[in-house]
Design a protein around this ligand. Sequence first.
Ligand SMILES: *Cc1c(COP(=O)(O)O)cnc(C)c1O
Length: 492
Amino acid sequence: MSFFSTRGENCVTASQAILQGIAPDGGLYVPAMFPPVSLSKISEMADMDYISRAVNVLKLFLEDFTIPEIEEAVKAAYGGDRFNDPAVAPLKKLDGNTWVMELFHGPTLAFKDMALQLLPHLIRMSARKNHEDREICILVATSGDTGKAALEGFRDVEGTSCITFYPLDGVSDVQRLQMVTTGGDNTRVIAVRGNFDDAQTGVKELFGSADFAEKMAAKGKILSSANSINLGRLVPQVVYYFSAYADLIRQGEIVVGDPVNFCVPTGNFGDILAGYYARCMGLPVNQLICASNRNNVLTDFFNTGIYSTHRTFFKTLSPSMDILVSSNLERLLYEAADRNGDLIRVWMKQLKESGSYSVGEQRRDWLADIFRGDYADNKDTVAEIKRRYMHDGYLMDPHTAVAGHVLRRFREDTNDATPTVIVGTASPYKFAADVLAAIGGEQTDDPFTASEQLEKLTGIPMPEQVRRLKELPVRHTAVCDRDKMAEAILEG
Ligand SMILES: *Cc1c(COP(=O)(O)O)cnc(C)c1O
């Protein structure tokens, strides 16, 4: 299997795409085709554990990796006790035709672990395959969860280092504490004065700068990305869509071939895009429901076909979705444009120069057959957390609750009764203060008090990671301006 850039003809192997992160022309790597998975193969997955499901899906994309290599990487990522649920991505029933797939049982309590526990092993192996023996320096821009997940994934992985930038005022207390207490000799964490898009744009510019690459090369380092644009982030995420479907079969809720919807809390469009890839490979997915918070640029895009960043940026209760430029959308656009890289270049140029582009009505209609966009504001989110807790005894984090609310409205609008899986992206304990207030507990800004109260009130055990956080020393205190990120790296 080869991979193309969304903006040109560049053609590479899986390991090369993973090493490079972003294509030289600024595009994102996409598979040359979607490898088909038959319904009988999907049936077989019902009896497999998560590790076997992952090997079966990943081998279709990672063709220049051997099966033993893929097995080794997958076991290192999901085996042992790295995830605090043996199912890795357990499926919980909420009501008659609604489930939550919990993707937050990894070391950082959010769905980014699903990919970022695996990626370092894929990068390490990719370097070996391509005779790359320089240090691979991972640059990350984070809205909160990616940063910590990358730091945890890469810490003390030989031949790599990891530098994470986060927006100074754009992450929760727990998210910040998680990052600045990271151990490991090869990790650095730097706060940027600005919002997530500032941090992300800054990192993108570094990746595009020949001058910066030269300076890093002089230090024996080569840059790579662990952001969700890296192909090595995307393919591990395809796995859990198959896994959820296989679990529904195993639990006797559907028979193979039955359509299922997924409702996905969305920011950078990586998670839901993986669902689209699974659908292209033959997974019987009917609708992919794209749930946004008040930064609802994607809702407007799916409704109008116009992507416009001319809007106010809001800080919300779901900070990991506070994003105006969803990088991974480019991969969907590539499919909507019949894989015409020239068209993508034009749209991305318009986006850069004027802040918007339009895909036209026909393409919008094509997208609307598959995707449905809607959003929840903070009030909707709080109400959803409360309602799910009161009615179903299920405690949602604010990101997952955004999806819960959007699904509720989708069903009211359409009377759609298709079995639907809400993708649960964070543990409620990661946003304990807001979750506690939503279910009527006391108001407190202290995340630790909130976690203790939440445990007392709900009886849902606090994860070890939260309990431990209080005692860990702060190791990273650097802060820099948006236009001084290169200096911060080179001088640090
Ligand atoms: C990253 C993240 C999201 C959004 O996922 P994308 O792939 O960026 O769309 C949603 N919820 C949580 C908790 C996240 O960390």
